[in-house]
Design a protein around this ligand. Sequence first.
Ligand code: PMP
Length: 359
Amino acid sequence: MSRFWSPAIQSLVPYTPGEQPKIDGLTKLNTNENPYPPAPAVHQALSAFDSGRLRLYPDPDASHLKNALAAEFGLNREQVFVGNGSDEVLAHAFMAFFRQEQPLLMPETTYSFYDVYANLYAIEHIKVPLTERFEIDLASYQNENGGIIFANPNAPTGVALPLTAIRSLLERNRDSVVLVDEAYVDFGGESSASLVNEYPNLLVVQTFSKSRSLAGLRIGYALGSAELIDGLERVKNSFNSYPLDMLAIEAACASLSDKSYFEETCAKIIATREKTRQALEKLGFETLPSATNFLFTRHSELPGSELMDYLRSNKILVRHFSKPLIADYLRITIGTDTEMERLISTLEMHPVIARRVAR
Ligand code: PMP
């Protein structure tokens, strides 16, 4: 608290990102980063970058990147927006579309930044419960609303919705913006990007942080009708003209140029995820179906917080949310096979789990 803060800031509860500790020998499975390096083309582009160029401002419109993304998704560049991480794109979308008379609808359990942005911009919002199986139930998004936002696949559950469910929501919800956050879609979800030309109120947000291994450069984007993108540009150009620096633009374009590396690394992560799921099951874990690069899992005998502390004391970081509905669960990022073997062998050494395995 400070008397110098604006009144609205006094009550803000900011988002808490997963820790980034600098501890040697840590197995870091807590922030859904990709365990593999970015595509070789990214390394080449950054190595060849002439630092003399840095005296100039970057292209405020990041045209090369917008063109590359438009080509990737079969859209026009007027249908593409880019920002400093998808978090920034989401923040601009809240500002541009969701400050309406009617409340914003969002899942009760989802990416916790949505709540933070809604509070930041004083947006009234209604949290719609998930089903018993932790699925987003779009059939219950019936209230009059000033917008709808959800992640598909959802976080931190990892559970994905089929495109048919999203299409039927869009068929009946035509008067407010539907934002689908697809941060994890490349690990097994169905993208709504293919519906952008049909529904002018659909905004699809994706990121280079997860499937493209570029979390450190902060690159996110949105796909939607030119009308929606124009709304985002108005907010962006009232906030920061140059959200993407030159290195980020170059690296993102290079990453898009190497499709086979992208597909290979996503497939590796999916294979490791399914192997890990099976290994966890043998240890007494129950894991939700995941279309992401993480598993949301709970043990039949051990509380989530205790397991997190146990793993941490063994230099393995995972994420635990102390919210009532999900307090039993751990969210475990998929690392390399070696990292996941270390996770499993550490869990096997927990006395309760060891006893169970010996039975
Ligand atoms: N959406 C979801 C569902 C996420 O989990 C994350 C990562 N924390 C983001 C968006 C933001 O990712 P970034 O800002 O790195 O693009």
